[in-house]
Design a binder for this molecule. Structure first.
Ligand SMILES: [Zn+2]
Ligand SMILES: [Zn+2]
Length: 455
């Protein structure tokens, strides 16, 4: 669960995935995806009035914007779509920036943000990109087909631990899941599946695959149905009709419960999660069961190996840890593991920085820049917002070199430790929803290991 404070240290006049406290003074806001641990403060009157009264904007992907407009219709004129793979320039008082959204593979509409000022910062949000796919992402290359030099990565460290070295691909997990579902529902109409997930949303891909492989939609409650109805691809894979399917998930009074129809039939429970699936447990396969309760490994966050691959490919000078775990020793271990990876390529990174500093203005290309709204339009590149390598227009080469040098030497791994808190009404539904996620994920984290192999 994200513990990121919202502030990108190098671009302190914007906020990402956090909308309370000192983020209220930011000039522009960015949301990587619509999961509640990334939306803290967004529901408050304080934040919403701040947007409306000061003509500020919240930027997100097209799908996230559709969900946001459904949740907060009064903000519809202050929510702006960022097109995937398209750099967008924003003129801001605190300094102009370019932002490039990159698909994050975590849930529909989830993106990473590549911010560019005179340096580049990658904020991953929650992500899962297969090891082999990272180098295929065009957004990571500049117009010279060189891998872009990134100063700092704000990293999803949910599973950056050797105990979570590898996860099965999502396709493999879903193949297994559907086999377990059909092994029960094929017995007859009164055999129902209770699907138990570790969070309320984020299972769009799973529900779609279940529909494709079993021909049955998933029964969900009205709230969950409304959420998924913002995603056109989901039309057939969720239903409000409990009689239209034998598969039930989040169809009771809250997302952890199922409807009476399911409860009154013969139930097989399937729990999908990644936390319980450490490397030892995965040695025997990625599903297990105890009687009619089944466990399937399904990860929507990067494994340790996938995280290492991203760092090795982009070679950032520093990393910010965006998911702080409850156990301080776990956080130290993550910091140490990241430090080890950075150590491997540090000397090479230094050479790259020096190379960039000697590039000339003539190399600048403006082909891929897209601008939004009148007040943010740039006339050319004299202010240094680029998709091609950054120029030292705003700072002297010496300043840039000093900054690069200083971050190489110390504090290259920092941990964000802001906890979810709210001073707003405890009855507020969104706060409640985010607490639901916290409680449930910590439960799963402490479950006993699976004790029986399926196959
Ligand atoms: Zn998420
Ligand atoms: Zn149901």
């Amino acid at each position: 669960m994200s513990t990121f404070s919202g502030k990108i240290q190098e671009i302190s006049h914007i906020s990402v995935d956090r909308f309370d406290e000192n983020n209220l003074t930011s000039e522009a806001y960015f949301l990587s995806h619509c999961h509640y641990d990334h939306m803290v403060g967004l529901h408050t009157h304080r934040f919403q009035n701040n947007l409306l009264e000061n003509n500020k904007y919240l930027y997100a992907s097209e799908i996230s914007c559709a969900i946001l407009k459904l949740l907060y219709p009064s903000l519809k004129n202050n929510i702006k779509i960022l097109d995937i793979y398209t750099p967008t320039a924003l003129l801001l008082k605190g300094g102009n920036i370019s932002v490039l959204p990159i698909p994050a593979g975590h849930c529909p509409g989830s993106v990473m943000f590549l911010f560019e000022t005179n340096i580049r910062i990658l904020y991953t949000g929650d992500y899962r990109i297969n090891k082999n796919d990272i180098k295929k992402l065009k957004a990571f290359y500049d117009s010279y087909k060189q891998v872009k030099q990134i100063e700092t990565i704000y990293l999803d460290t949910t599973f950056f631990l050797k105990s979570y070295r590898k996860f099965p691909k999502r396709e493999e997990s879903l193949e297994e899941l559907c086999k377990i579902i059909k092994g029960w529902t094929d017995k007859g109409k009164h055999f129902s599946i209770k699907l138990f997930t570790s969070a309320k949303y984020g299972y769009e891909y799973m529900f779609n695959e279940i529909y494709k492989k079993t021909g049955m939609p998933v029964h969900v409650n009205r709230e969950v149905f409304n959420f998924y109805s913002t995603i056109p691809e989901m039309d057939k894979s969720v239903t409000l009709d409990c009689n239209a399917t034998q598969i039930h998930c989040s169809c009771g009074i809250s997302y952890q419960y199922v409807c009476d129809k399911a409860l009154n039939s013969k139930i097989r429970t399937i729990k999908v999660s990644a936390f319980r699936w450490t490397q030892d447990n995965l040695e025997d396969g990625f599903s297990s069961n105890s009687s009619e309760t089944y466990y399937v490994c399904y990860a929507t966050h990067a494994s340790y190996e996938e995280g290492v691959e991203l760092l090795k490919f982009l070679k950032p000078k520093s990393v910010e840890i965006c998911v702080k775990h409850e156990d301080p020793l776990t956080n130290l271990e993550i910091a140490k593991l990241i430090e080890e990876v950075l150590d491997e390529f540090r000397s090479v990174a230094e050479v790259n920085v020096k190379h960039k500093l000697f590039e000339t203005e003539e190399n600048v290309s403006d082909e891929s820049l897209t601008v939004v709204e009148e007040e943010t339009i740039f006339n050319g590149f004299d202010i240094g917002i680029l998709d091609s390598p950054p120029r030292n227009t705003w700072r002297s080469s010496t300043e840039l070199q000093m900054k690069a040098g200083s971050s190489l030497n110390n504090n290259s791994v920092r941990i964000h430790s802001i906890q979810i808190q709210s001073t707003e009404s405890v009855n507020d539904i969104i706060v409640q929803q985010s607490l639901d996620v916290v409680e449930l994920e910590s439960d799963i984290n402490t479950e006993a290991p699976p004790n029986k192999k399926l196959k």
